[in-house]
Design a binder for this molecule. Structure first.
Ligand code: ATP
Ligand code: MG
Length: 274
């Protein structure tokens, strides 16, 4: 799909879904096909203010080139004088984060199904030499059936720079990232470990009152498994093999998918019914 092929007049704009730092998201229908999408409207003025404009085109092209059932599709994009429009796959069940807040923590089958989806999506991205670097519950959406979709792909580079200056959360970052060392795709494997813990316990493993304390807990890998809620030994084994300081010793995405906890708990449909 070439950007020039599309314009705002091809879409009927529906309900407002939500607002991010750079713009607004609406449900929309492509007039010819009737296909429902999410239309993200980014104001160029806001991008310039944050000096993100130079990266944007490349980042959009990365997401546009990814085709995987657990990576939110970017179907097309176009722009006018003031705005950039991203035509995105519509994730009808919204943010995984909200579901986690409602349920407090997930049962093991649901958690394993999400972790399996994440691992498959990241295996695919790593094959294409794409590192997300900004995987966190807010960037995980659910489609109409509840299948996990990684969103905000490619915003990673900007987001992490932003985070260091804007006091965002460090919770999902690997030790080599918080210490500003060189890093590779193994940063995403660490993040799978953090998310697996958070899915099962409801809070990320290195949570602390201040940024500095979180930083210290991450670099020390101060990993504690509370006695409540009950979590199986197999799940703790997987987490312990991902939250490893030496990035070369972390479980690979392939090994995550072969881990007994994943094999025994993943729902093969890719989503959880109960
Ligand atoms: P950020 O600016 O850091 O990305 P954000 O993720 O809150 O923050 P947006 O990505 O602009 O901001 O999204 C705004 C809202 O729209 C969020 O509630 C998000 O869950 C929702 N949303 C974004 N994309 C989609 C989509 N493809 N399908 C359904 N809801 C979406
Ligand atoms: Mg977002």
């Amino acid at each position: 799909m070439v950007e020039e092929e599309w314009s705002l007049s091809d879409f009927e704009i529906g309900k407002f879904i939500g607002e991010g730092k750079f713009g607004k998201v609406y449900i929309a229908r492509e007039k010819k096909s009737g296909y429902i999408v999410a239309l993200k409207v980014i104001f160029k003025r806001k991008l310039e203010k944050y000096k993100f404009h130079s990266h944007l085109r490349r980042e959009i092209e990365i997401q546009h080139s990814l085709y995987h059932p657990n990576v939110l599709r970017l179907f097309a994009w176009f722009h006018d004088d003031t705005r950039i429009f991203l035509v995105l796959e519509y994730a009808a069940q919204g943010e995984l984060y909200k579901l986690l807040k409602n349920l407090h923590h997930f049962p093991e089958k649901r958690a394993a199904t999400y972790v399996g989806s994440l691992a498959r999506a990241l295996a695919y991205c790593h094959e294409k030499h794409v590192i997300h670097r900004d995987i966190k519950p807010e960037n995980l959406l659910l489609d109409f059936e509840g299948r996990l979709k990684i969103a905000d792909f490619g915003w990673a580079v900007q987001s992490s720079a932003k985070r260091q200056t804007m006091c965002g959360t460090l919770d999902y970052l690997a030790p080599e990232m918080v210490e500003k060392k060189e890093h590779d795709h193994a940063v995403d494997n660490w993040t799978i470990g953090v998310l697996c813990y958070e899915f099962l316990y409801g809070v990320p493993p290195f949570e602390a009152d201040g940024q500095y304390d979180t930083y210290r807990r991450i670099v020390k890998v101060d990993l504690v498994f509370p006695s409540f809620p009950f979590v199986s030994l197999e799940a703790k084994d997987l987490i312990s093999k991902l939250l490893v300081k030496d990035s070369s010793k972390r479980l690979s995405v392939q090994k995550i998918l072969e881990h007994p906890w994943i094999v025994n708990n993943v729902d093969p449909s890719g989503y959880c019914k109960e």
